[in-house]
Ligand binder design. Structure first.
Ligand code: GDP
Ligand code: MG
Length: 178
């Protein structure tokens, strides 16, 4: 019997960290230097033939414009089952914002059993120099454990590095909650 799942996944993090680029790369296999910061919420669908019995439709929710306020409305978070929390390795302030985003996520949505939704941390723009953050990356295992992330990946939307792996990790954790 074929199984189909529809999963709402949020992509959150500060302005300019590469959220839209990651979604475009993952869903449409493209990268551009210029994405217009449209205002509102946008979403894209990625269909994964997970295994012989399972088709997964990932609905990836992008935010545009509102991330400068550092939090989102409950409507945006409603019924999400997972999140990608993104920072930019070239800007330390975006890493500092990660915990604020995680906190916003955990206060506004949780699973039916009350557990937090799985979140994967993305250290994006890994094709660039990691100014100021070189000392942080080796500590990310501990950071993730301490702050409830299920894992972390160094990604590049530009070079298509680790985006599939990060999404796969998130889906595995979402399925474990089914
Ligand atoms: P958002 O505000 O989080 O949606 O960020 P965008 O996706 O709009 O990206 C902001 C800028 O960073 C754009 O100029 C992108 O081209 C650039 N960018 C995004 N991801 C990467 C990446 O992996 N490497 C590099 N070098 N630039 C990136
Ligand atoms: Mg964007």
């Amino acid at each position: 019997m074929q199984q189909e799942h529809l999963f709402k996944v949020l992509v959150i993090g500060d302005l300019g960290v590469g959220k839209t680029s990651i979604i475009k790369r993952y869903v449409h296999q493209i990268f551009s230097q210029h994405y217009r910061a449209t205002i509102g919420v946008d979403f894209a669908l990625k269909v994964l033939n997970w295994d012989h019995q399972t088709v997964i439709r990932l609905q990836l929710w992008d935010i545009a414009g509102q991330e400068r306020y550092g939090n989102m409305t409950r409507v945006y978070y409603r019924e999400a089952v997972g999140a990608l929390v993104v920072f930019d390795v070239t800007r330390a302030s975006t890493f500092e914002a990660v915990l604020k985003w995680k906190d916003d996520l955990d206060t506004k949505v949780s699973l039916g059993n009350g557990k937090p939704v799985p979140a994967v941390l993305l250290a994006n723009k890994s094709d660039q120099s990691r100014e100021g953050l070189c000392s942080q990356l080796p500590k990310l295992d501990t950071f993730c454990r301490d702050n409830g992330f299920v894992g972390w990946f160094e990604t590049s939307a530009k070079e298509n590095t680790n985006i599939d792996a990060a999404a796969r990790c998130l889906v595995e954790n979402i399925l474990a909650n089914e």
